[in-house]
Design a protein around this ligand. Structure first.
Ligand SMILES: C[S@@+](CC[C@H](N)C(=O)[O-])C[C@H]1O[C@@H](n2cnc3c(N)ncnc32)[C@H](O)[C@@H]1O
Length: 238
């Protein structure tokens, strides 16, 4: 089984509905906070959320911005998105293949959160390069939740428990971690592994497709041990 196949099924990543909705709610707040830092007005922004997953709070984002494209590689995820958000006038649901026909410079802000760990290193450059083409000349791309080389599953588990204690799903998290250890996710993680980048390696990757990168002081979402970068057209790393 590949990661692509894995995301067609029911994922063990979320330990409960409460976890999933809290995750997407915080993520939507983070995306809006970053969108608000754009030079252009929030209500005019065109945003692409690439590898968006179920994006349960996408309606919250869509209510504040010009247009939101939800793009995910999983056909089953896209069916869920269609059911939930298909009626919203300023939301488009798309497959990665649609990027080929997307005009240059379509998006003010591109979000790639918690996706690159499931993409081979050989495919990551071409993918970021394709996304770059669809980014406006003054646009930004947030690539976040990148796994650094030495981050252990134990640290990830500890951060999940901290998040769960804060957001009221601690018991579900403990049970979920036990289930997750025996899940397909754990099996594929052991067989194929997750793609990891040091900060320098990721910034080199961004530079190789003509993007400057700035490391964010803190990742978005609940796990501060993972890495996040803002990419723009041009050269340079910070
Ligand atoms: C861990 S979820 C992240 C979802 C969301 N971005 C978030 O932060 O919660 C990973 C998502 O990336 C999607 N994905 C993985 N590889 C992809 C690829 N090469 N192209 C498009 N989507 C991909 C999967 O289908 C899955 O929905």
């Amino acid at each position: 089984m590949s990661w692509r196949d894995y995301w067609e099924g029911e994922s063990a990543v979320y330990v409960s509905d409460r976890h999933k909705s809290a995750h997407y709610s915080h993520l939507a707040d983070d995306i809006l906070r970053i969108a608000e830092e754009s030079a252009n007005q929030l209500t005019s922004l065109r945003i692409l959320d690439f590898g968006c997953g179920e994006a349960l709070s996408a309606d919250h984002i869509a209510a504040r911005v010009g247009h939101l494209t939800l793009n995910d590689g999983s056909a089953s995820v896209r069916r869920h998105l269609q059911t939930r958000f298909g009626e919203l006038a300023n939301v488009t649901i798309a497959a990665p293949e649609a990027l080929v026909d997307t005009p240059d410079g379509s998006y003010d802000l591109i979000i790639v959160n918690s996706v690159l760990q499931y993409v081979d290193k050989t495919a990551a450059g071409p993918l970021i390069g394709t996304l770059r083409r669809t980014m406006r000349p003054d646009g930004r791309m947030l690539v976040a939740d990148i796994l650094p080389p030495h981050l252990s599953a134990l640290t990830d588990a500890r951060e999940l428990l901290t998040f769960a204690a804060r957001d009221g799903f601690l018991m579900a998290a403990v049970a979920g971690l036990v289930r997750a250890a025996m899940s397909d996710y754990a099996k594929i993680r052991a067989q194929i592994g997750l793609t990891r980048y040091s900060a320098a390696e990721f910034q080199e990757l961004a530079a190789s497709v003509g993007l400057s990168s700035t490391a964010m002081p803190r990742n978005i979402g609940h796990n501060p041990h993972r890495l996040a970068f803002i990419l723009k057209h041009g050269k340079g790393t910070v």
